[in-house]
Design a protein. Sequence first.
Length: 431
Amino acid sequence: MQEWEREEPLIVERGSGSYLIDTEGKKYLDGTSSIWVNLHGHRHPALDRALKKQLDKIAHSTLLGLSNPPAIELAHALVRIAPKGLARVFYSDNGSTAVEVALKIAVQYWQQRHPEAGPKNTFLHLKLAYHGDTIGAVSVGNIELFHARFKPLLFPTVEAEPPYCYRCPLNLIYPSCHMACIDPIEQILRTRHRELAGFIIEPLIQAAAGMITQPAGYLKRIRKLCSKYNVLLIADEVATGFGRTGKMFACRHEGVTPDLMAISKGLTGGYMPLAATLTTDEIYKAFLGKYEDFKSFFHGHSYTGNPLGCAVALANLGVFRQEKTLVRLLPKIRAMAEWLKPFTEMSHVGDIRRRGLMVGIELVRDKKTREPYPPGARVGYRVTAAARTRGLLIRPIGNVLVLMPPLSTSTEELKRMVECLKDSIETLAID
Ligand SMILES: *Cc1c(COP(=O)(O)O)cnc(C)c1O
């Protein structure tokens, strides 16, 4: 904050398509999709219209004991596009709450459905995981900077090494390693499954960790292991959901159905805060019983199933169909992969990781030894500041530059983003 106070603030007043426009009238490409939420561009006519139309009916009514048409229709629509087997929808209002809901459902499920299994009250997760900022979500996360300070407040969990191939924890090389990093995970599941309610994972790519991608087949193997050891698989698709990885959900790349799936960010196309936790009929059934058994899942936020959010989320799914967003994305993803190739030659680019239009570029001080830049060098910050003067807004994660443009970004705009990024990284070569 001390530094931010001295900076020239950028105050966004308007948006249009892939652009943000500040109070001075300056235009910037939205290279972060306004932090990973926007999909079809700003001021999309269909989304604007849906929101206004719902506003003419009602802005909000509770989902506690009542329901509303957009919430009902959206639940049906989500089940239709979700990985097969996910049949039930529980609403909340942001990614962190969607994760909290998944964790609580998992624990209660085991108590009510399989009391004989004993107390399954803890969770397995990968190191460097990010699942949100509330206490439960932080407990299953592991990003030192965000989490260390709050250790005393967090519940204990079990951690495993992620498949961070560029800095392999086992010092092996993919693919000759045959994903040996899964062996210790199986070891954990074998020895501790009795206490594990679930394994929570960001499928395919750990976004906030700095876009750490999982090799093909990784998620599928995790799914198999979870089934084998009776541990629920919780997919946190908050970042990866809604086309970011090239398919509607990341789990789809591996034909995986998780037991619980958290979604939020892209759910409303970046218009309204809304989230959902999807689950199977098998888990849903564990919450049925006589009134006095109190098997309900007692969790309900004030704005749960908000009609404005649900109406715009429905319109968001409508745009996917009408504009064939996922089909039109494929050539853009291919082009992005091509354009990024020359980056590998750059003197401070250590690793380029990408899934769909989610891109992470890890900058290093020494390319040969992979020595990271020290935090004081603030390279991520410097490059993004350089990008801003070139009309591109991005936000780094430490030494990793992140590009996650709206899916609707045109090929020309994408190209401009990549060029801006390249020019901005080149400013580092001077020192
Ligand atoms: C952003 C994010 C969250 C948290 O979502 P919020 O809406 O910011 O609470 C959870 N999980 C993942 C993978 C995310 O990227």
